[in-house]
Ligand binder design. Sequence first.
Ligand code: ASP
Length: 382
Amino acid sequence: MTSAPTHDPILIVHGGAWAIPADAAEAHEAGVREALETGYKILALGGSALDAVEAAVSVLEDDPTFDAGRGSFLTSDGRVQLDALLMDGGRMKAGGVACVERLRNPIQAARLVLEKSPHVYFVGPGAEQFAASHGMVLIPNSELVLPRERERLAAAQARQAAGLADETFSGQLADDKDPETAYSTNNTAGAPGPGSPRTGLRPGGGDPSHFGTREPGNSSPSPTEDPGQNWWDDKKPGNPYEDPTKWSHDTVGAVALDGHGNLAAATSTGGTLNKTPGRVGDSSLIGCGCYADNLAGAVSLTGWGEPIMKLVLGKWATDRVAAGSAPEIAAREAISYLYNRLGGHGGIILLGPDGRFGLAHNTPAMAWGLATPSGFQTGLSV
Ligand code: ASP
């Protein structure tokens, strides 16, 4: 027996928050649109939020544009290692996998963990064996590796060998672990206060914390930019975004509310470029890069994983919604908190139980898509 839908279904996806270059912009927008089409079809037919986010993220994993599945960033020894988490906010069930190397769609392995195991999280070969025992095909790791990524890794390692710090997503901070960097500020817009050690993320000066938010009713799908400048177009010599270490954070995610009022969230990633084998970021950790609870909200994050993990930022954001904050405010506050507390950069999609939502990022761009009964919107900035 099924009950009649009581909610308008909503699906929101992201395809990473970073300095998306001009020649990758179209592919990012096309990718998030395809994910919306696949996921929203499920919701429109009365399917579950969980099925919708799994399907949407599978599309993004299959798309080599993104840092998830095939085409992901490589570890320092040249392999793809994938992390993914899926959470069902109605049943409060979760499934996660990390450091898997032989699965084309880790989000589908995460779903198997959620449905078929009393456990919540599997890593490495154990995760692969669990997935294989439930019918998933194990592939050679080389099938996930693109020549583009070998080049990217070589460039990152050349920089490392030259003693150039990888400041990927750290703004201008040298080290996110130093308590000195965790300055306090009551600046809620995400920008460091006067005298702050942070002198700015953006090339060419200006507000060091580019900050975009989106909320229901704000209908313009086009990127918000400084007049006369596209972040990802600026190829001037000396622009730090020419640095391949900034070509980063293409993790994918989705949040959905289905017609029966259930929330779900999914996040999948290849992690960070040149990561040490075995490193796990925020994306697949419950409450960090992904979380869903019908009583609070559904969230997926992308960005520099270490600060996001330390702040348990996904749960932080949904707790705010549960306490009464509007998701559009909580999304913005989460990114402010990430920057103000630890100098982190990234993006968030956050959906409340009542269908209100918020998107925010403090990176130059974030690929996003929104599907509601009124149609689809996509963009590269909010
Ligand atoms: N958050 C991911 C990680 O640190 C990276 C990303 O969002 O692209 O593994």
